[in-house]
Structure formats: structure tokens, C-alpha cells
Design a binder for this molecule. Structure first.
Ligand code: SF4
Length: 625
């Protein structure tokens, strides 16, 4: 997540401008590297009196905020700073005040959603740590309502009103529930650390959302202003607001749902009819492909794989890009009704993007001999290597046909250009993957930072680029947009890849072991390349020798990490992320029309999610050339 929207930024580093009406206007931050320390901005006002005073002030402040768009973190921060300055309060309350401001901003829109379409999200740290009899299941803590903590009360109240209730943390499950279409608003309780990162994606997507921050971030036996939570659960429209008079903000929620719906069984078969017929793998009830005609099996496996998991980010980009250039009604608060009218030809273009992606996953899994994908055995493990290669090939063919068969609806010029965009992306992605595979098999493991960045640019950017440009081309000419958007996709893709590599070095020890093995195994990362370039000769040779060393993996990885730190690899990598992110933002901020600009900003904010522990303790050296 970007520093701008993923973390509270420090004074003076956010380039804020104010329009003549005084509203904050979003522009690119000047620098991000120095904006990683946020712990000093997450104090909770200690007295109830002060919390009430700040909350009242936030209620007044939101009345002058623009309700057409969900507030960005920069806007929330600017307003929160104004309030704290006016009340002569410490900057330490910034994060807390931003959460309250945001909640007040969304209050009317949450209230307009019926309780049975709302989700109540509670943190398990509210439970009675010693005596809680509840177990965890796939949805989080399954509270038995023993009454020893406030979770039981909140849950009972909310469920009686019709809410869905989860005692869990993290944005992935929340976004999954939102995108699945079961709820339209979220009310939650969480500590400021969690709110900073978990609720962020929900806010960015424009999902109505309210939260009450915990009174501490101790992760155990925590507490909260219980009457505030009850009030939040009971939030309802006041009499002066009839349903149709609530100003509702633009949202990507409906487009995210539309992208997911493409892959639901009935819709998938409607858009991509099965030519060979026969039952789907689902209909065979786990008996496998034995009951299928031999020539129908490949199509059945491919269809089944297309319907499996994933975030559907690429088809979302295609649909949202098309929507942005055709009035952005799908991104409006009542986008669902508009999206039902989206042409099938555009849906098939979005499907084709994901079909190519899924084909590449099958082939990647073979190349890396991965065992699981979406929690089930990878295709080559399930059906054997030759069949998996063949199904991957089939999906590439299917991806092209999804466009080529829609010539009449798209127009031959448009279809031809889209096919060219897809072919170009396909070739470049294969070149990037090829470079990585050749490096993996090379004996010397030499790599320059420039070559690493070139590989990064080829491995991710073409997919972003094709998803964007194909959606835009469905809407009209892209000649004016093609050049800047190619650059945008490149910067976004490179920053994404570097962050991906950095994430491998954060978090639990098992992950670190896996990623370290990946490095040694290896993947050509910019971290490795930078270490080779900056370490003195003896350490450089030691690093290279660790690839084949007979030592235990854990010891080798620990030494790699040590050498990386000596070469300031992590700091430099974060600076590179900042650099590429800033470039992507600059392009995004200059793009017209504003509807497309909004999508690009959203992509930067959501694609570039930084590791949770983004090195508050990193010592940032002067930036190398
Ligand atoms: S009320 Fe629920 S969460 Fe709280 S201690 Fe009892 S079982 Fe655990």
C-alpha cells in the first residue's frame, strides 16, 4: 500500500494543495522513504472527555467534505491535522482522529445500508484471554457467548439486527466478503495498527465503513468504548435523511464484484460456451475426468481452472478502464444496475486477460514445481505434466479466441488492436519469465541491478498494461493514452516486483526460509544484484558461494540477510519502490479524464501494499545513484 494511503504521513512530506474552496486536492507526495515511522502518530486520547470532544469536532468537519468521492488518507490527514491544531492537541492523536473523521464521513452512508447487508468485524483480542472457551474456525473466533467479554454482547445485538458478524482481522477476508456481494457496509472495532492497514483497502475501494478504535494496541485483553460500539451497530438514518437524499460516494465495489462474477459457473459458461459439452468437473462430483469424452476433457479442466480462486485484479482493471471512459457509471454508488448493461464483448476481453494469466500460472507452477495453487494441488500434480502443459496451451488459444470471435461486436479494428496488445504482452511476459529461468539455471549467478530491473519490467508490467489498454480500447481510441499508460504500467510493475521481494524478507521465519531458498535457488532479484554490486570482493564471493554451500539452509539464509544488510540492500530497495511509485503517481496525476485518473490512483494505492513492518527501524542512508 502506498505511503500516502497505507500509512499516516509526517508533517510536510505530503504535497497538499488546497483549492479555492479550501478542500484538499490530492497530488503526489514529494518523498515516501522518510514517511515510514508512524508509531508516534497512533496515540489514543486517554480520557473519555477528550475522545468525545474530538469526535464532536470531527462530526462538524465532515460536513464540509466532498461526499462524491471517498476521502483519501491525505484528505483525512489534512483535516485531522487542522482539528488537532485548532484544539491545540498533540500530533500523536493523528491516526486516531483520522479514523474518527473517516467514520463520521461514512456515517450516513452506512446508515443507509440495511443491517442485514452490513458486516460487524470484531478483533479477537477483545476476548477474555485466560478463560475464553471459543475455538477458531476458517472465519475467525467462533465466540460461544459465555459473557466474559463484550464480544458476546456486540455479537448478540448485531445478529439480532441481521448483521453478519466476524471475529477476525485482516483486509483479505473483508474484501472477499465485500466482493462476494454479501454485504455493502462494514462497521468494525480494531486497534490503530490494524485500522491503518486492514481497513485501508476497504476505504480505497469506496466501501461504506465505520470503526471504533480499541483503547490500546496490546493484542491481549484489550478494551473499547462499548457504548460507542453499540451506537455504531445501531447507526440509522436520522429523520431528516430519506434514503434517496443521502449523498453516496463513488465506489469500485460494483466493478470488483462484476470482475468476480465473470468467473461464476453460469456466467462463465454463458460468456464462454463449452464447445465440447459434457458435464463440468463440479458436476462429476469429484470423480475426475474419467467420465468425460476424451476430447472434452481439456476444455473441462480449463473451464474448471478458470473458475478457481484468484483476486481477478486484471479483469477488474479492464472493466474499470472501460467504465472510466464511458461515463464511470459502474463506479458510481448504484453501479450495479449500470454494469448489468456492460457489453458482453467487453466482458469477454476482461475474461481473455484472466485466461492468459491463468495459463501462465499453470506453466509457472510446472517451471517451479509448485505443489498447490488456490489451496488445491497444482494442475501438473493433479493431472500430470504433459496434460498441464497442454491445458495451459489451450487457455492461451482460448484467450485469443475470446477476442477474435467478437469481431462483429468490437469492430475489426478494435479487435485487431486488442489482439495485438495481448500478443505483445504475451511475448514480453514470456521474455521476462525466460530471462528468470535462464538466470536460475546459470552457474555464476551474476546479475546487475539494471538487468534485474529489466526483468521486473517484463514480468509484471505487460499484464497491467494489457488489462488497462484493452479496456480503454473497447471504449475508443487509445493513441493519446498509450504512451503514458505504458510508462505507468512499467513503473507500477517494477515497484510491485521489488515490494514482492521485500515482503519475502518480512514476517515469519518460515516465509523467510522459503524466500531465502528462493534467492539461493534462485530468482534474479534486485536485492541480490545490489548486494553483488556493493559488497567488497570477499563478501561478494561469499554471497555467491552460499548458493551451493552444504550448510543448513537456515544458516545460509541468515548469512544472506546479514550480507544484504551490510550492503544496505533493503533500504535501497525501498528507495527504488519510492522512486517508481512516485513516477507512476506523477503520470496518474496528469492523466485525463479524471475518472481514469481516479482508477490509476486507486491501482497505485492498492497494488503497492507495503509489508506491515515496513522497517520502522531501518536506518536510511543517503540515496545512492
Ligand atoms: S464472550 Fe465469546 S469471545 Fe468473549 S470470552 Fe466468552 S466465548 Fe470468548
Amino acid at each position: 500500500m502506498s505511503k500516502r494511503h497505507g500509512e499516516f504521513s509526517n508533517t510536510g512530506l505530503v504535497a497538499q494543495e488546497r483549492s479555492s474552496e479550501g478542500a484538499a486536492v490530492r497530488t503526489a507526495p514529494e518523498s515516501r522513504t522518510a514517511r515510514r515511522r508512524t508509531s508516534h502518530l497512533k496515540e489514543v486520547p486517554s480520557s473519555r472527555e477528550l475522545r468525545d470532544q474530538l469526535r464532536s469536532r470531527c462530526r462538524i468537519a465532515v460536513q464540509s467534505m466532498d461526499r462524491c468521492q471517498s476521502p483519501s488518507k491525505d484528505e483525512l490527514e489534512a483535516n485531522a491535522r487542522d482539528i488537532l491544531a485548532e484544539l491545540q492537541l498533540s500530533e500523536g492523536y493523528l491516526g486516531w482522529t483520522m479514523v474518527i473523521l473517516s467514520s463520521e464521513f461514512w456515517r450516513d452512508q452506512v446508515a443507509a445500508v440495511p443491517p442485514e447487508r452490513r458486516l460487524l468485524l470484531l478483533p479477537h483480542c477483545l476476548k477474555h484471554a485466560e478463560g475464553c472457551p471459543a475455538d477458531y474456525d476458517q472465519f475467525g473466533l467462533d465466540c460461544e457467548k459465555c459473557g466474559a467479554c463484550c464480544i458476546a454482547d456486540f455479537r448478540t445485538t448485531a445478529e439480532e439486527m441481521g448483521y453478519k458478524v466476524l471475529v477476525a482481522e485482516g483486509s483479505p477476508i473483508v474484501m472477499k466478503i465485500i466482493v462476494s456481494g454479501h454485504v455493502d457496509a462494514i462497521v468494525g472495532v480494531a486497534c490503530l495498527n490494524v485500522l491503518e492497514k486492514a481497513i485501508d483497502k476497504v476505504l480505497l475501494a469506496g466501501v461504506p465503513c465505520m470503526a471504533v478504535p480499541l483503547l490500546s494496541s496490546d493484542c491481549r485483553d484489550t478494551s473499547v468504548d462499548e457504548d460507542w460500539v453499540q451506537e455504531m451497530i445501531h447507526v440509522q438514518q436520522d429523520d431528516s435523511h430519506q434514503d434517496d437524499s443521502v449523498s453516496r460516494s463513488a465506489t469500485f465495489m460494483h466493478l470488483l464484484r462484476a470482475a468476480r462474477q465473470l468467473f461464476e459457473p453460469q456466467e462463465l459458461v454463458r460468456l464462454v460456451p463449452r464447445l465440447r459439452g459434457g458435464p463440468s468437473l463440479d458436476e462429476l462430483n469429484g470423480t475426475g475426468i474419467a467420465g468425460l469424452e476424451p476430447v472434452a476433457a481439456t476444455e473441462a479442466i480449463a473451464h474448471d481452472f478458470l473458475g478457481q480462486g484468484g483476486k481477478y485484479a486484471r479483469p477488474f482493471i479492464t472493466l474499470a478502464a472501460y467504465d472510466a471512459m464511458t461515463g464511470a457509471q459502474g463506479a458510481s454508488a448504484d453501479g450495479a444496475s449500470h454494469l448489468s448493461k456492460m457489453p458482453d464483448a467487453v466482458r469477454r476481453v476482461a475474461l481473455s486477460i484472466e485466461t492468459f494469466h491463468k495459463a501462465s500460472l499453470v506453466h509457472d507452477d510446472i517451471e517451479d514445481d509448485d505443489q498447490f495453487r488456490y489451496g488445491i494441488p497444482t494442475m501438473h500434480r493433479a493431472y500430470g505434466l504433459p496434460t498441464a502443459i497442454n491445458v495451459g496451451d489451450y487457455m492461451i488459444g482460448l484467450g485469443y479466441r475470446l477476442v477474435s470471435r467478437d469481431l462483429a461486436a468490437l469492430g475489426s479494428d478494435v479487435a485487431g488492436e486488442i489482439l495485438d496488445l495481448l500478443a505483445d504482452a504475451h511475448l514480453r511476459l514470456s521474455e521476462g519469465q525466460g530471462a528468470e529461468l535462464l538466470w536460475r539455471d546459470a552457474r555464476d549467478k551474476q546479475l546487475s541491478p539494471l538487468d534485474a530491473l529489466k526483468i521486473y519490467a517484463l514480468k509484471t508490467a505487460p499484464a497491467f498494461e494489457a488489462a488497462l489498454l484493452c479496456g480503454l480500447r473497447c471504449a475508443g481510441s487509445i493513441s493519446a493514452l498509450q504512451k503514458p499508460l505504458k510508462q505507468f504500467a512499467k513503473h507500477l510493475g517494477v515497484a510491485f516486483q521489488i515490494l514482492n521481494d521485500l515482503k519475502d524478507w518480512h514476517g515469519d521465519q518460515d516465509n523467510k526460509l522459503e524466500s531465502g531458498l528462493d534467492t539461493l535457488g534462485g530468482r534474479p532479484t534486485v536485492l541480490w544484484a545490489w548486494a553483488l554490486e556493493k559488497l567488497p570482493l570477499p563478501q561478494r564471493e561469499e554471497l555467491l558461494s552460499l548458493v551451493d554451500s552444504p550448510e543448513e539452509p537456515a544458516a545460509r539464509i541468515a548469512r544472506v540477510e546479514q550480507l544484504y544488510r551490510e550492503a544496505h540492500v533493503f533500504e535501497v530497495a525501498y528507495q527504488l519502490v519510492d522512486k517508481y511509485q512516485t513516477r507512476a503517481e506523477k503520470i496518474a496525476n496528469e492523466i485525463e479524464p479524471p475518472e481514469l485518473r481516479r482508477l490509476l490512483v486507486y491501482l497505485v494505492d492498492t497494488v503497492l501494499e507495503r509489508p506491515a513492518d515496513t522497517a520502522d527501524n531501518l536506518v536510511v542512508p543517503s540515496i545512492p545513484a
